[in-house]
Design a protein around this ligand. Sequence first.
Ligand code: NI
Length: 225
Amino acid sequence: MMITLSSVLTPGQVQKVTHLASGLTWHDGTHTAGAAARQVKRNEQADLSGATGTFIKKLLQEAVETHPVLRAAAQPRRFSPLMISRASNGGGYGRHIDNAFMGSGDRRLRTDLSFTLFLSDPSAYEGGELAVETAAGEHLAKPEAGDLVLYPSTTLHEVRPVTAGERIVCVGWIESAVRDAAAREILFDLENLRATLAQQHTAQSPEMLTLSKTISNLLRLWGDA
Ligand code: NI
């Protein structure tokens, strides 16, 4: 399942982040890629270790990690540290698979879901589509600035070359409490149903109680604490 979440950042937040990011130090992105992916990665990554970087990271983390639809779709257990990448002059990221595990020690996580939060207006660059291969064919994404694309880390994907302008995105990974993608999709459907029913029923109605019981018990069956 690949979904686009609209306006995860407000236009004001997008403007603030891109303005501040332009003042950061940028490094060659190949340092943070696995051995095979390094061959096809042609972008730059922002150094987020300083005060400005920390501020940006906090703002983005807050927006992503608290988003209710992202939480319902991903059932997150852990989030990776965020990265900010930029590509221009034919840069991109060729077809690759993300590493199955990232980080070390307490921060080590299994990558179940990948996300790209678009920071550049689509009219500001040519090319640069995120292309994700699924059983149903290739899905291309080039949404509005502030939108987030969530997709399974199990897929081959690429960032098409940016042939004009500049593409800035924030990327990250999620370890889900529900490892099985099919189980996650069923839970997402039920969460959406709960949100719809909540408009017509109180939380104490028999319908809502039964649905909440079902969601909780499926999480017990399928989830890791
Ligand atoms: Ni990737």
